[in-house]
Design a protein around this ligand. Structure first.
Ligand code: AP5
Length: 220
């Protein structure tokens, strides 16, 4: 059973996935990204993927009940901790997660939320030039470009634009985040468990800051 839980929050394109990845690689914990898991289901053409596809494409939230098994699976891994990226996204999901933590994690085990905060303007700059690979690697054509033009550094396949990185879909995803995110973050702040990070810094600098803050709290 994992002992420590870290939950990344932030608007679409804030870099929470990038940071969750870097942290997971550094400390060897399992990362659960509901976005990545849903995209994998879509690519595999599973029943869940077929149901989820239209929500992903339009930037709407996938119904809560479709997510619970994906999340629950994360608690079955043998790992020092679990890093959530993109879950929870609304009060229902937060309630489900808290209920799960009550059952599966000891009261004394650390649970922290990290908010990667970035302005809407920066989100649009980032998502407009984001590219990704089928292997899950994420690039930015200016800030974090692959070594070989158009090809993934890790597996050499062609990188592509995510189909929800279109201006009108980005606007909807931002609206949803602003509508639902505040309440969730308010909960963690009240618990004294919220770590706020300025996401408008270089990727490496943010990673170092997150590691420092978690070390300072003796979480890692
Ligand atoms: P998901 O994949 O989770 O998308 P998101 O939350 O919109 O977040 P993104 O992945 O777009 O951005 P990010 O913050 O991870 O940024 P990234 O690191 O990529 O979800 C997609 C969809 O799935 C949802 O819309 C919904 O339909 C569904 N879904 C998922 N979870 C769900 C849930 N719990 N409930 C219901 N539905 C759910 O970085 C962005 C770009 O910026 C990249 O190009 C990167 O290289 C670059 N970058 C990163 N950091 C920096 C930096 N510091 N400086 C400059 N560039 C940077």
């Amino acid at each position: 059973m994992p002992k420590t839980i870290i939950i990344f929050f932030g608007p679409p394109g804030s870099g929470k996935g990038t940071q969750a990845d870097l942290l997971a690689k550094k400390i060897g914990w399992k990362k659960i990204s509901t976005g990545d898991l849903l995209r994998a289901e879509v690519a595999a053409g599973t029943d869940l993927g077929k149901l989820a596809a239209k929500y992903l494409k339009t930037g709407k939230l996938v119904p809560d009940k479709l997510l619970i098994n994906l999340v629950d699976h994360g608690f079955k891994v043998k790992s020092g901790g679990v890093i959530f990226d993109g879950y929870p996204r609304n009060s229902r999901q937060q309630k489900d997660l808290l209920a799960m933590l009550e059952r599966k994690v000891k009261k004394s085990d650390p649970v922290y939320a990290i908010e990667v905060s970035v302005s809407d303007e920066e989100v649009k700059r980032r998502l407009g030039l984001r590219r990704m690979c089928a292997c899950g690697a994420v690039y930015h054509l200016t800030y974090n470009s692959p070594i070989n033009d158009g090809l993934c550094d890790i597996c050499g396949r062609k990188i592509f634009t995510r189909n929800d990185d279109q201006p009108e879909v980005i606007d909807r995803r931002l609206r949803i985040y602003h509508r639902t995110g505040k309440v969730l973050l308010g909960y963690w702040q009240k618990q004294g468990k919220l770590i706020r990070i300025n996401g408008e810094q270089p990727i490496k600098k943010i990673h170092e800051e997150i590691v420092e803050r978690l070390k300072g709290l003796r979480v890692i």
